[in-house]
Write a protein that binds this ligand. Structure first.
Ligand code: GTP
Length: 390
């Protein structure tokens, strides 16, 4: 049974291709080919039962089949991939309409059966063709059927058949006009849906941005940072990789607001964020923790390396100036850093970072203080190492 299944799967892969896109193209082709083969069968049947006035059906069938084989070879070999429409839907439609018009001319008294097929062929184009292509198909169809009808009329002598051919042509016009109108409506609906999808994607991106990032500075917000902290602390527990947390607070920020105004303070916060982000690694995250307080999460970072990075941040902020309304504003930052101890509640890590920051402020600001263990767990003597005096 499984051998049978494998054999069927292998045969299908061979005939239809294994990739999803190729499968869609070849399956569409198979559907169109089945329609063509059914038409060939019907014409041979009519010929065999002696319906009058039928032309050379065999030549027509040979040309139609050869055309089908060429289309299949182009799609299945992947050659059609170099064109804008690899499924060759437009080309297949033009070819099918030509075969249909030729069948109309050849079918003699049985020509009536070919017209419903024209409607089916046009249905194939409704979902994929552009409106320009459909108009081209309609004009092309009108021309080919006019020729087919003229060709048939040349062999007619009775006057009443002129009216009958007039009625046939009228039906061809109706079928082509209706399919063009319906395809135009479908194109409009597709365009509308594409536009709505784009708007939804943009709205979703905006919501995600607002949910995770601070509007003023573009740094991660507290909520997003808490999620990252949970993820990274669990990872650190498992891998034993060091995880550092640094709390940053801009020094005397109130003075900036008071001296230059709140807007200047906002610009300073934006500039500060940019400067810090330029100095940390892409794998580290800067978040606005609140007001003028920020947090940096340094993943897989040993303390000595982290201190070098933070010193880079401190120095860059101190060297920077914020230009606002003709004023040059200088900033400094105090930083408290600590290492996450595997298994501990992260609140404890944050408290330690806060204690280190407090110490940095108390010791004169514009400096980094590292606190490796909490003040209340080590004989009430915090292991505070001052890294850089301001
Ligand atoms: N412009 C602006 N100011 C803010 C924002 N958030 C907080 N602040 C201000 O930041 C200032 C923080 O002041 P403080 O907490 O007294 O601290 P500080 O002046 O920085 O002094 P130290 O931290 O002790 O060095 C307050 O004036 C807040 O109004 C903001 O989004 N924009």
């Amino acid at each position: 049974m499984s051998v049978m299944k494998t054999l069927i799967r292998y045969s299908l892969d061979l005939v239809l291709g294994s990739g999803k896109a190729m499968r869609i193209r070849t399956s569409q082709f198979v559907l169109a080919a089945l329609l063509m083969l059914a038409s060939i069968g019907v014409l041979f049947f009519m010929k065999s039962v002696g319906i009058g006035g039928m032309g050379d059906v065999r030549l027509w069938a040979a040309c139609s089949t050869a055309g089908l084989m060429i289309v299949y070879a182009l799609i299945r070999s992947g050659y059609s991939l170099r064109w804008a429409d690899p499924s060759l839907a437009f080309v297949q439609m033009l070819f099918a309409i030509a075969c249909n018009a030729a069948a109309f001319a050849l079918a003699g008294d049985g020509r009536g059966v070919t017209l419903p097929l024209l409607a089916v062929i046009l249905m194939f184009g409704m979902f994929g063709l552009s409106i320009q292509q459909v108009i081209t198909v309609a004009v092309y169809g009108l021309m080919l059927f006019a020729e087919a009808i003229l060709f048939s009329l040349l062999r007619e002598t009775e006057r009443t058949t002129y009216y009958l051919y007039g009625a046939y042509y009228f039906m061809v016009v109706i079928v082509l006009a209706s399919s063009t109108f319906l395809t135009w409506r479908l194109c409009e609906m597709r365009e509308h849906m594409r536009h709505q999808k784009l708007q939804l994607t943009q709205a979703l991106e905006k919501i995600q941005q607002t949910a995770n990032y601070d509007e003023l500075t573009g740094a991660a917000n507290r909520r997003h940072m808490l999620q990252l902290i949970q993820y990274e602390s669990q990872r650190s527990d498992r891998s034993a990789n060091p995880l550092l947390v640094a709390m940053l607070d801009i020094d005397y920020f109130k003075r900036i607001n008071d001296t230059y105004g709140h807007q200047a303070g906002d610009v300073a916060l934006q500039k500060f964020t940019k400067t810090v982000q330029e100095k940390i690694r892409v794998t580290d995250t800067l978040a606005r923790w609140g007001g003028e307080e920020f947090l940096i999460l340094l993943t897989e970072t040993e303390l000595d390396v982290g201190l070098i990075c933070l010193e880079r941040v401190r120095a860059a902020v101190a060297a920077d100036v914020v230009k606002f309304a003709g004023s040059w504003i200088s900033l400094t930052v105090s930083i408290g850093v600590t290492r996450y101890q595997p298994g501990e509640a992260f609140e404890k890590t944050l408290t330690r970072a806060d204690e280190a920051l407090y110490a940095a402020k108390a010791q004169g600001r514009n400096q980094i203080v590292c606190l490796q263990q909490s003040a209340d767990t080590v004989d009430s003597m915090p292991d505070i190492s001052k890294v850089k005096a301001g």
